[in-house]
Design a protein. Structure first.
Lengths: 294, 1015
């Protein structure tokens, strides 16, 4: 099912009304959706059934003022009284680099993972795969820390309310859980693709591939060329060369996106000039000036 | 390989090494053939796949052609072999290939098609680097290692076109190496492009210690990391885990900015720059969208915003408003002057200052265009009529100034500079006004011109202290030819001259040179265009300048030179000796032509093992008008030839010195002489460096050094069809090269419809030995027999001798010539074994160079086969061969192909009997009679295949004769119309059988001039 299909069948999403988010999706639906269900189970084991129920009612009543879903943190202010609200945080441990590396390698083995993730879907068995790699999709409850500013034990329903609103977010965008766990879905897909390229092509490169007519790129089968083995199939003729502006590529590239501090563009400009001069020297006298005239 | 049975069914034993390819060069030959390039590599071997059949592996086409073809049996297949290799560092390979391409490196063998292909690839690499079309990149291999490297940028239309052309041309043998790259063409080409580009850039960076630039920098900085791999020799980057993916991902995102976003889109942004009607007012830049596949179809931004039907029609399925905004935003990133448009609700037009307009025209237009925009600028932009430049005004005296010893290029002349826009001179006052305007674009008399204020200031300075500069003609011409005046940086727009230099620059057709009468003692009549040639040669001689007479074959270069020799002797009294350097095969031609047209001129042929040396030679040379020697000897006899104060050196077939680095070419250029003339029908056969080599002989130093010439002219013209450079070169050499084509209006009227010439050839030693042995062995038998047996013996002997005169291979029994497989012996070129065939190849080369077509008649079918093979091997050209065994259907196909304007077989070999009658072959305007029938009527009938109704050009008939043999004596009899000749006509060879033995011996005897003497 694509994301488009999903959204067409889903109930209207929560909308902020006067600075509040109201839970619009039925509890049953939330408890059946894979990530939301996992999320709610985890939150319930932290706050208990009663608080969970109270939190549901509060969420439906618009007690949560806003929701922030970030790497390792889900937070938002939950209503305290008519005028004030208390900031609530649910902190989850993130998956470390080694864990992601295991996951990427495992997911690179089968095309289905990247394909489903690209479609915006949670692939069936994702939770099992995460568990199999020793990194569950959601951490154990004891690894989740909750915090309510100026709040106490009685405020657990607030955590549940935030949890219900977050579950609605996971219902609509189940892959958001990946970002919460440390790697946004796009980055994960890219890493999977990278590994898949390494597996299938033996390499992966930073430059784009050259697009050529496949028949030309392949050339005729060698077995069909035995009578013309030594001959060129056509002649190479010289082409009119368009005028190229100095440092044209470098100027089109603009500033590097690599987040480095070293002034790379300046050095590259010098390299382009020097390499161009070197190439011109080779073209004019490939064996050097002295050799050329002896 | 196992032996026995069908070799295809055998398998390679795992431990058994692959067999060496029998036609692969032995290591020593291979290394030798690489010439000077051989020193830079490492020996090795590799596995290749090559075609073979049941008889064995195929030799290369050229090797097969050099011995007249090979027998084949059954279907061929690919088999694996070993061949010797020499490995180069990629940049050394690049140098080697570029040297092959530029002919700087003289290889012992003609380079094969695959080597020439890789030389083209190398040129592409160097050119992409030269125009800064390369990028840094990263690669992670399967083992996880990350490498940084430099790679050619190949994602533009120009590169795609070049790559497609290269891939289409790639000879299959270039894919024959059995390695990891597999069979596909592109991976092999890409690997070569990448390796050579990376090593070219990296080698330079290492040599210049660029690595120092990141010394002490934060090693974790992604820029420093990447640069460390790019600047260092190892390429390897040390990264862990996600960092590798991150750096590749970031680099990919950065490099993707170079993607042509418009690629694949049907619409592109179009910018239209319109100058103001009145100077000082703003320039207008309007935007719009144009169709990618036809940029003349476009709509304005107004059409786009109003969603007119025109805009909708042009846009098709695209949303024109989205495209316009996206493309405008992208263009504004490249050229910030567009940014104000983005703040408008419906951007359509913007006013630009003159400086902004100038920056668009000069700096940003190419950048925007290669990013996919279309920039329409005023048509005058970039033309010479709209830029300030300099004209050189040369002042020289009248013809009187040339009296006295000629100084040639060292002649003193005076010149001054004139500042001009196009052909309109600008006064100092006008220039000062332009300077005061301080604008890069100004209007002068209603015409917009580009003004570089720095250059303008220098030009004013130049004029303010204008002095006439006295210099040599050589220096003045070189300064003018530089294209840019050194001091001001202004373009040199042209040269104007007065006096004798004006005559020189205008050339012979302007009638400025003195009209010389035909020399009294010239035996014949010079045609009008030949008189023009004589005048020109005489004028250059008077100036002491060298020249190249490059008339088409058949227009009489020889007689023009002979007339010049006579003219100077008639007018100047005592004249020093002339050294004539010719190919061995035309020595006889020259002696005959001298005897025929100028019998009073004395000559000496300096050739053979008994040739005089030292004082004896000096004395000999001083006492004859012309000393004839050969190209092969000049390099060996440099000292002997250098001991004579030559009045003139003449090169016939001057294309023999077309390869500048050869010792031969260098030795010839080193001969000391007051005057130099080059004769050639093909001053440029393949590359402009050939013209340089000839001009360097004629007027040393005139075109600068070879690398300088390549930079200024050869590369821009050959590789990029630079019209300005071509025009500049044409203007430069025009005074020194006289070339008339048979099709020139002035020439065609002077030519008869049919021109017949004798092509005299010598015998090679092999031919002469065979000839003599046949005469010696058979003449005795003839003497001892009588009647029919005697006549039969004589006819057999005549046939044998005629065949030997054609080619020694014909005296070998058997129908086919088979390559001696596996012997590994050096196979001599077929054409080199016969004086006639060598001469024929030279003449056919000229025919091909001028785009003409030829018929070659021979009596012998085997000779026809050999000729076809030679044409393919020596000239790289497929020919047709029609003989008695050619089926009727095939015969008509051949005729149609030859006659077709699109046909690719310009040479038609025919057996005289099969092709001498009934065919219409008017596409040819050259007819070669390789051997003689002794019956003019039969030969005429063959000639008439080309010389008949439908023929619109002069037909040139070349009749080959071996000097000093029976061929020459019979030819002379026919020419002199002797009584004997009357008997000959219509009787074939039978009259010869009636001769007595003494007459016969005299007829057949090998004369002293018959043989080409080995030196």
């Amino acid at each position: 099912m694509s994301r488009a299909d999903l959204s067409s069948k889903a109930p209207r999403p929560s909308r902020r009304r006067g600075g509040r988010i109201r839970l619009k999706i039925e509890e049953q639906q939330l408890r059946e959706a894979p990530v939301s269900q996992m999320w709610l189970t985890t939150i319930e084991s932290i706050v208990g059934t009663k608080s969970m129920h109270d939190g549901l009612l509060a969420a439906q009543d618009g007690a949560v003022r806003s929701l922030r879903v970030e790497c390792g943190v889900i937070s938002g202010p939950v209503q305290a009284d008519a005028e004030t609200s208390l900031p609530v945080r649910i902190e989850l441990s993130t998956i470390d680099e080694a864990g992601w590396q295991r996951l990427v390698e495992a997911m690179a083995c089968e095309a289905i993972w990247a394909a489903k993730l690209l479609e915006g879907e949670i692939p069936t068995g994702l939770g099992d795969l995460f568990r199999g790699c020793g990194t569950p999709l959601l951490p154990e409850p004891e690894l989740i820390r909750t915090e309510i500013e100026r709040g106490g034990r009685r405020d657990a329903w607030r955590i549940a309310a935030l949890g219900w609103i977050a579950s609605e977010r996971f219902f609509r965008d189940p892959l958001a859980i990946l970002a919460v766990r440390g790697l946004p879905c796009g980055d994960l897909v890219e890493r999977i693709s990278h590994h898949r390229a390494l597996r299938t092509q033996g390499e992966t490169v930073a430059h784009p591939p050259v697009v050529l007519d496949p028949a030309v790129a392949a050339g005729p089968p060698l077995a069909d060329c035995l009578e013309t083995w030594w001959r060129p199939h056509s002649h190479v003729h010289d082409l009119e060369r368009a005028a190229h502006a100095s440092h044209a590529l470098l100027r089109r590239l603009g500033a590097s996106t690599l987040e480095g501090k070293f002034p790379m563009s300046g050095l590259l400009a010098t390299i382009y000039d020097e390499a161009a001069a070197e190439a011109a020297r080779l073209l004019d006298a490939p064996l050097g000036e002295e050799d050329a005239s002896d | 390989m196992a032996s026995g049975g069908d070799p295809r069914s055998t398998v390679e034993a795992p431990d058994e090494p692959l067999p060496w390819h029998p036609y692969g060069a032995r290591r020593s030959e291979f290394i030798e053939s690489l010439g000077r390039a051989a020193v830079i590599g490492v020996d090795g071997e590799c596995a290749v796949r090559m075609p073979r059949d049941l008889l064995g592996p195929y030799p290369s086409d050229r090797l097969a052609a050099s011995v007249g073809g090979v027998d084949r049996t059954g279907e061929p297949w690919l088999a694996r072999f070993r061949v010797a290799t020499r490995s180069f560092a990629p940049v050394d390979g690049l140098r080697f290939l570029l040297a092959v391409k530029s002919r700087d490196l003289r290889l012992e063998e003609e380079p094969g098609h695959d080597l020439l292909f890789w030389a083209d690839v190398a040129a592409l690499v160097a050119e992409r680097c030269e125009c800064q079309r390369f990028v840094p990149s990263l690669r992670q291999d399967g083992d996880g290692s990350l490498r940084a490297f430099w790679r050619p940028w190949l994602q533009d239309e120009e590169a795609t076109e070049q790559l497609t052309m290269l891939l289409s041309a790639m000879p299959p043998v270039a894919r024959g190496v059995d390695d990891d790259l597999g069979d596909m063409a592109w991976p092999r080409l890409e690997a070569a492009l990448e390796a050579m580009t990376d090593d070219l850039v990296r080698t330079m960076l290492r040599r210049e210690d660029f690595i120092d630039a990141i010394d002490g920098r934060d090693a974790a900085d992604p820029h420093v990391l990447w640069l460390a791999g790019l600047l260092d020799g190892t390429q390897l980057l040390t990264l862990e885990g996600d960092s590798t993916v991150k750096i590749i991902r970031s680099a990919r995102a950065w490099i993707s900015r170079l993607d042509d976003f418009a690629l694949g889109q049907s619409l592109r942004l179009r910018l239209d720059l319109v100058p103001p009607a009145i100077e000082g007012e703003p320039w207008s830049l309007s935007i719009g969208l144009a169709a990618t596949d036809d940029t003349t179809l476009y709509v304005t931004a107004e059409d786009v915003w109003k969603a007119t039907p025109q805009a909708a029609q042009l846009a098709g399925e695209s949303d024109p408003q989205d495209v316009l905004l996206t493309e405008l935003g992208r263009a504004a990133q490249l050229w910030p002057a567009l940014e104000p448009l983005l703040s408008e609700a419906m951007p359509g037009q913007i006013n630009l200052s003159t400086i902004e307009a100038w920056s668009l025209l000069g700096e940003f237009r190419p950048l925007l265009e290669e990013s996919g925009c279309i920039v329409a600028v005023p048509s005058w932009w970039g033309g010479q009529q709209n830029t300030i430049g300099l004209r050189m005004i040369i002042e020289s005296g009248g013809f009187d100034e040339l009296d006295g010893p000629p100084r040639g290029m060292a002649s003193s002349i005076r010149y001054r500079w004139q500042v001009a826009v196009g052909d309109q001179p600008l006064s100092l006052e006008s220039l000062r006004r332009l300077r005061d305007q301080r604008s890069p674009l100004v209007q002068v008399d209603g015409r917009w011109i580009e003004v570089d204020q720095t250059q303008l200031a220098k030009a004013i300075d130049l004029l303010e202290r204008q002095d006439e500069t006295e210099t040599t003609l050589l220096d003045a011409m070189r300064v003018a030819s530089e294209g840019v005046e050194e001091e001001t940086g202004l373009t040199v727009l042209g040269v104007e001259a007065e006096g004798w230099v004006e005559s020189l620059l205008n050339g012979p057709d302007e009638g400025a040179v003195q009209d010389l009468p035909q020399p009294d003692r010239f035996e014949g009549m010079l045609r009008p265009y030949q008189r023009v040639g004589l005048n020109w040669l005489g004028f250059l001689d008077r100036c002491g300048l060298g020249g190249c007479l490059a008339d088409d074959m058949g227009l009489g270069k020889t007689v023009q030179l002979i007339a010049l020799l006579q003219h100077e002797r008639a007018n100047d009294g005592v004249v020093g000796p002339t050294l004539l350097v010719v190919p061995t095969s035309v020595v006889g031609n020259w002696t005959r032509e001298l005897d025929r047209f100028a019998p009073e001129l004395t000559w000496h042929v300096q050739h053979g093992p008994d040739r005089p040396v030292g004082e004896a030679f000096r004395s000999k040379a001083a006492n004859v008008d012309v000393t004839i020697t050969t190209y092969a000897l000049v390099a060996r006899d440099t000292e002997t030839l250098g001991g004579v104060p030559w009045h003139r050196v003449v090169l016939d077939e001057a294309q023999y010195i077309k390869n500048p680095p050869t010792k031969q070419a260098q030795a010839i250029r080193g001969i000391n002489a007051d005057r130099r003339i080059a004769l050639t029908g093909t001053p440029v056969e393949n590359r402009l460096s050939e013209l340089w080599s000839i001009m360097e002989f004629c007027n040393p130093g005139f075109l600068g050094t070879a690398p300088d010439f390549r930079r200024r002219f050869a590369r821009p013209i050959e590789r990029h069809r630079d019209a300005d450079a071509a025009s500049s070169l044409r203007g430069l050499v025009q005074p020194f090269v006289l070339r008339r084509l048979k099709t020139d209006r002035n020439v065609i009227d002077d030519l008869p419809e049919c021109v017949e010439t004798r092509e005299f050839a010598t015998l090679t030693t092999e031919q002469a030995t065979l000839y003599q042995s046949v005469v010696d062995s058979m003449i005795g038998q003839v003497d001892r027999t009588e009647g029919i047996q005697r006549r039969g013996l004589i006819l057999a002997m005549l046939a044998k001798l005629k065949q030997i005169c054609d080619h020694p291979e014909l005296s070998v029994s058997g129908d086919d010539v088979v390559v001696a497989a596996g012997k590994g012996e050096s196979l001599r070129r077929l054409s080199e074994r016969s004086g006639k065939s060598r001469r024929l190849m030279t003449l056919l080369e000229e025919v091909l160079a001028t785009g003409e077509r030829a018929l070659v008649f021979t009596q012998y079918r085997r000779m026809g086969k050999l000729l076809s093979a030679m044409i393919e091997h020596d000239l790289g050209c497929r020919s047709l061969f029609l003989h008695g065994g050619t089926p009727m259907k095939k015969r008509q196909e051949m005729i149609d192909e030859f006659q077709s304007p699109e046909g690719e077989t310009p040479i038609f070999v025919l057996s005289l009997k099969a092709g001498g009658l009934g065919l219409n072959l008017t596409a040819a305007n050259h007819v070669f009679h390789f051997d003689r029938w002794w019956n003019p009527a039969v030969e005429r009938q063959a000639t008439d295949r080309a010389f008949r109704i439908g023929q619109t050009r002069t037909v040139h008939v070349h009749k080959f004769v071996c000097m000093g043999t029976l061929e020459e004596r019979i030819d002379r009899m026919i020419e002199e119309k002797t009584q004997l000749a009357e008997q000959i006509i219509g009787t074939g060879d039978s009259w010869l059988t009636e001769m007595d033995t003494r007459e016969l011996r005299d007829l057949l005897l090998l004369r002293g001039n018959a043989m080409e003497v080995e030196v």
